[in-house]
Design a protein around this ligand. Sequence first.
Ligand code: GDD
Ligand code: MG
Length: 363
Amino acid sequence: MQAVLLVGGEGTRLRPLTCKTVKAMVPILNRPFLEHLVSYLAQHGIDDIILTLCYLPDTIEKYFGDGSGFGVKLTYVMEESPLGTAGAVKNAERYLDDTFFVFNGDIFTDLDLKAMLSFHREQKAKATIALTPVDDPTAYGVVEMDSCPRVGRFVEKPKREEVTSNLINAGTYILERDVLTEIPPETRFMFEHHLFPTLLRNGSLICGYPSDAYWIDIGTPQKYCQVQYDLLQGKGRTSLYSRSRREEMSCGARSSIHPMAKVEGPVVIGDDCSIGPHVQLKGPAVIGNNCRILDGAIVERSILWSSVLVGKKACLEDCIVGNNSSIGEGSFVGEGSVIGENVTVTDGSRVEPAEKIWPDTEV
Ligand code: GDD
Ligand code: MG
């Protein structure tokens, strides 16, 4: 089975994390997001995957190669300038045959794809869209049903007063290849604004496939943390993190935790880390590879990427710290703040709650 993954967006809402790291490669429990997605697809028998790329493509290609190390075949299709979600799929048309999946490259879900495919085939739909309920549909695309399961209307990012349903487009589609004839080549074209409304006008059958599977769009710092806290607490599933380890703590190779450190799980610690004496590590939290947390520091409910240094008695609360950044001795990093890569927070500094610090800077 084939799938096209849309991984060409800039990830603006995740900045400053995505200034140097493409959204698809941001770490989730210390493994690139895309690796979780690829392994989920492989498990569901989708082993021929086409990646549509635009922004910072090299890191993805370098990590995944031809996909053989991940049990799949990967094909890379480049866009010189962003072609939009449907334009990107049109650009990959030469690699596609009959029925295929499309995934937004920022969705974490455990939706049963085989069941969705059977549904699509039973309904003889031209397109089937996975739907998920959310509390606030204004950040997403609302899908209105005409008569279940037939879709009647799309309202992308509705204003609050326009919201008519809490069922949104979950960013997973099954398409018949002939719908690609409705997409103009080399033109910016969106599923949400252009292709789906065109298909409806033509009288094509678009079905909605609602489910209450775990679902999250990782595209904001808050959701990016949430997915990891959920996985650590047993919500959602990924084959890259085993259930038996969920309880308290998983510690990578060559990492050391001082006997006087206090770790309250669930916490994932990467390889080659050192956790010093009197450190308090309070989960849910993720510590990347090669991090050092020095004496008496407190790290609570946070995500640290690789090679982060947390100085003595520093205090981090509900924050994200990018690769190669250091938090000085006695510094405080407040709730909801996001520190980009290669940032130096000097000794005794204060990063206010919700503050965003751009890469390669000193605070
Ligand atoms: N190749 C390529 N080219 N990919 C793109 C492009 C492009 O021009 N534009 C966006 N993408 C990719 C992004 O990288 C992302 O993985 C996916 O398409 C969706 O783009 P977002 O920018 O994250 O869209 P959204 O989250 O605001 O809204 C979409 O997803 C919602 C579900 O999370 C829409 O499909 C909504 O209708 C939907 O509810
Ligand atoms: Mg998104």
